[in-house]
Design a protein around this ligand. Structure first.
Ligand SMILES: Cc1cc2nc3c(=O)[nH]c(=O)nc-3n(C[C@H](O)[C@H](O)[C@H](O)COP(=O)(O)OP(=O)(O)OC[C@H]3O[C@@H](n4cnc5c(N)ncnc54)[C@H](O)[C@@H]3O)c2cc1C
Length: 386
């Protein structure tokens, strides 16, 4: 499978077909039980979709970000929840650019085959969310190894991943000139580390997201698990973040399209006062508005992905894509719930689940306020506000 063999339409059709074999009852049950959708993730892995960004020389499909965005959009558009596995795509932004050849040869072919899962990305800490540079988890070099101490929070999928990309401080914040210096990325073999300095504690949340707290207590890892150069980790993580924002934007577009399809069908079919509710402008206008917001945001996601694929700077576009798409999906979700009246609250309609799931993207991976701060400062050259 390669970019040449597949156009986006074929990719979308293939992903939609795979998703159709996981009915809504599957997603309701996993959500109700807060169970990881192992079968779905396995099916996506076996079909090669979760390794689609891995270059062909390492056994992946070698597709570009535009194609990966189409995969995730299609997953969400089917009503599924791609959050169970999207990290394996967005971590590639850091891995492909900054892992050494030995690391790539060691891990990428096994990830592509589905033998290893790279689903965990440990950046956020209890006292360092938005302000990444204040992370305290430390890695100290000692006799050819690093010793890691500290805590991460909201490390999603940690229990279902073999590998974790971890951001830790190798130089304390007080000792660096710029606060973004002195942070380093590591590739952690989680299965080897469990019980030997690594502890994972699940956090139950309003969505089925398999998120956790992760504790490091004198965890020793081989020095060769360092990614790139020591102290440059913040920049490496930023490189991955544009990819992440574009992919999450694509997921939001998929969610918005799912809400729109659901609302349109219901507005045509549900009769109140002897006529379809969709005949009322009070019902159809919010649907039309949500459609326009979705189409506009989709253009920005497309543009950001195209710039990324051309290797051009895309920070503003990636941020705007994520923000506009997250707002469009939330607008569509709210509209869909309103269109369904009381039935929107019933589990069997799936709207309340998708409504909860899509709300996350106003907060993670970056909150909407911080995107606005970024645009104000870096695009509009207003004073830095934080
Ligand atoms: C379900 C879930 C899964 C997640 N998965 C992961 C993961 O896998 N890996 C990972 O590393 N992290 C993950 N996160 C963490 C997520 O990236 C953070 O929650 C997010 O970056 C916000 O950080 P915070 O929660 O600490 O909020 P805070 O930084 O405490 O901010 C709280 C509020 O204050 C606002 N705020 C803060 N500073 C300013 C300012 N200067 N101006 C204006 N407003 C401001 C923010 O916008 C936000 O609304 C996840 C979070 C959730 C909820």
């Amino acid at each position: 499978m390669s970019a040449r063999d597949h156009d986006l339409r074929e990719i979308r059709e293939a992903v939609a077909k795979l998703c159709a074999s996981f009915p809504m009852e599957y997603w309701r049950a996993t959500d109700r039980e807060r169970r990881y959708p192992t079968e779905f993730v396995r099916a996506l892995t076996e079909a090669g979709w979760l390794s689609c960004l891995i270059p062909e020389e390492y056994g992946g499909a070698g597709l570009n970000l535009t194609a990966a965005a189409a995969v995730l959009e299609e997953i969400q558009r089917s009503g599924a929840n791609g959050a169970a596995c999207h990290a394996q795509m967005y971590t590639m932004g850091t891995v492909l650019r900054h892992c050494g050849e030995v690391q790539k040869k060691t891990y990428l072919p096994r990830i592509a085959k589905g033998e290893l899962r790279l689903q965990a990305f440990g950046v956020t800490e209890p006292s360092a969310g938005t302000d990444t540079s204040s992370i305290r988890t430390s890695a100290v070099r000692k006799d050819g190894r690093y010793v890691i101490n500290g805590q991460k929070v909201w490390t999603s999928r940690a229990e279902h991943s073999d590998l974790m990309l971890l951001l830790a401080r190798t130089t304390p914040r007080e000792q660096v000139q710029k606060k973004t210096e002195g942070m380093t990325v590591f590739l952690i073999d989680m299965k080897a580390a469990l019980g030997k300095g690594l502890t994972i504690r699940p956090i139950r949340t309003m969505i089925n997201h398999a998120t956790t707290e992760v504790f490091f207590d004198n965890l020793e890892i081989p020095a060769e698990n360092l990614v790139g150069e020591e102290g440059k980790g913040f920049r490496y993580v930023l490189d991955g973040m544009n990819a992440e924002r574009i992919l999450i934007g694509a997921e939001c577009i998929g969610d918005a399209k799912w809400f729109l399809a659901k609302a349109t069908a219901y507005a045509n079919e549900r009769k109140v006062f002897g006529r379809p509710i969709g005949q009322n402008q009070g019902v159809q206008f919010p649907i039309a508005r949500a459609h326009m917001a979705t189409e506009a945001a989709a253009l920005m996601v497309e543009r950001a992905a195209a710039l990324y694929d051309q290797g051009k700077p895309c920070g503003p576009e990636a941020n705007m894509a994520k923000q506009l798409a997250a707002e469009a999906s939330w607008q569509a979700g709210d509209m869909c719930l309103q269109t369904h009246g009381g039935f929107g609250f019933a589990e069997e309609y799936d709207i309340e689940r998708k409504f909860r799931e899509t709300r996350l993207y106003q907060i993670a991976p970056i909150s909407t306020n911080l995107v606005l701060c970024y645009i104000a400062e870096h695009v509009l050259h207003l004073p830095r506000s934080y």
